[in-house]
Design a protein around this ligand. Structure first.
Ligand code: HSE
Length: 412
């Protein structure tokens, strides 16, 4: 018998409870032990809910119960989850979590404690919800140098961008819809500003590089400035806009960032729509593999957490090695990253403006939207961001160019 506790009875916590109850025989068989939920920790009461039988408001009940060997931490946020997790690990209890804020901030330290105590700190559900992505990175893709990780890592913003694209709606309308459907929080900042995806790419790159990628170093831009006009331009070029988390390693160094991208049909991420996530990993031997599935949602995320619980029980007296050192991984400055950019130019003399663009950027493709008389778009050749910025500054002073209305990273 393996006794476990769940800390947090919100969406994911109640999902974990449900998955263990509904799939009881399956998880018990896989774990080769009967799993029993001994405690659920939450500050609230849930009158009428069977969880009341095991509900506690006191963390010490779990910490001091020697029979509890595995604890699920699905409280979210760093405080008090960090103190609780550390105390549990130090007491010799394995911890399984979906808490990306905590993993991104303290993952390396918590893994080290787990190693010292010969137990496990597992966090599959912290990236990609129900998609198995971390275990493949830790245990399967171990013969490769990982060159690139690129993914749609946030379900809420992907739902919003998909809806803007498919239904021609403006940002504010799709945000309201995403909130009504329960995808976006009342305060949607973490999703729409890209902070959630930033934590996730930091975790992925920390595992890929086996060192601490500090999320504060990850340049992060969300989707709040994306307009229907950007989407219309993308459509006119056969592209879509996706918020991507990107990590890249070359012999010069490593980059990690989050930004909206225009991507075309040739990208495997083109078809990742609605609340789904998709993550492409490129290894120097393996080539590209893609992971796709439900990146958010109660059941999918809970299933990933319970899989970790099963793994922790299976490895009761063994630490599963996760190479993520506490040493900081320096990142290259974003302006040295090579991209193409889609640029919107305001002009009252388009022939003159287009000539200036061609003089500076060479043979580029222009795109126009019939309803926008005084502007056009073009895509810059791939170059380091600082070089593109320099050329765009010189473009601004050319005859026929009124203004640069915006730019978006694009894949050419
Ligand atoms: N808010 C996150 C998303 C939840 O929309 O992807 C899963 O981490």
């Amino acid at each position: 018998m393996a006794k476990i506790a769940i800390m947090g009875y919100g969406t994911v916590g109640s999902g974990v409870y449900e998955v263990i109850k509904v799939n009881q025989n399956i998880v018990n068989t896989k774990a080769k032990e009967d799993i029993e939920i001994q405690y659920v920790l939450d500050s609230r009461d849930f009158p009428g809910d069977p969880v009341e039988e095991v509900l506690t408001h006191d963390f010490n009940d779990i910490l001091n119960d020697d029979e509890v060997s595995v604890v699920v931490e699905v409280m979210g946020g760093v405080k008090p989850a960090y103190e609780f997790t550390k105390a549990l690990l130090l007491k010799g209890k394995s911890v399984c979590t979906s808490n990306k804020e905590l993993v991104a901030a303290h993952g390396a330290e918590l893994i080290k404690i787990a190693e010292e105590k010969n137990i496990n700190y597992l966090f599959e559900a912290s990236v990609g919800g129900g998609i198995p992505i971390l275990r493949p990175l830790i245990s399967s893709i171990t013969a490769d140098k990982i060159q690139e990780i690129k993914g749609v890592l946030n379900g809420t913003t992907n739902y919003m961008l998909t809806k803007m694209s498919k239904e021609g709606l403006e940002y504010d309308d799709v945000l309201k819809d995403a909130q009504n459907k329960g995808y976006a929080e009342r305060n949607p900042t973490a999703d729409v500003e890209g902070y959630d995806a930033c934590r996730k790419i930091s975790i992925l790159m920390s595992l890929a590089l086996e060192a601490q990628v500090d999320y504060n170093d990850v340049m992060t831009e969300g989707i709040t400035n994306i307009t229907k006009t950007d989407i219309d331009y993308a459509k006119a070029m056969g592209k879509v806009i996706k918020l991507l988390g990107v990590g890249k390693t070359t012999k010069e160094g490593s980059w990690a960032f989050v930004a909206p991208f225009m991507i075309g049909e040739d990208s495997p991420l083109y078809m990742v729509n609605d609340v789904f996530n998709g993550i492409c990993v490129t290894g120097n031997m393996l080539g590209q593999v893609m992971f796709y599935g439900r990146g958010a949602g109660k059941e999918a995320t809970a299933a990933a957490v319970v899989s970790d619980v099963v793994d922790a029980i299976k490895h009761k007296n063994t630490h599963v090695i996760i190479n993520w050192a506490e040493e900081k991984q320096e990142l290259m400055p974003m302006d040295s990253f090579k991209t193409s950019r889609f640029v919107r130019v305001e002009s009252y003399d388009k022939p003159k403006a287009k000539k200036a663009v061609s003089d500076i950027f060479g043979d580029v493709k222009f795109t126009e939207l019939p309803e926008l008389e005084d502007e056009f778009g073009f895509i810059t050749p791939k170059a380091a961001e600082f070089e593109t910025d320099r050329l765009l500054s010189s473009l601004l002073s050319c005859e026929g160019i009124e203004n640069i209305l915006g730019t978006l990273i694009t894949e050419e």
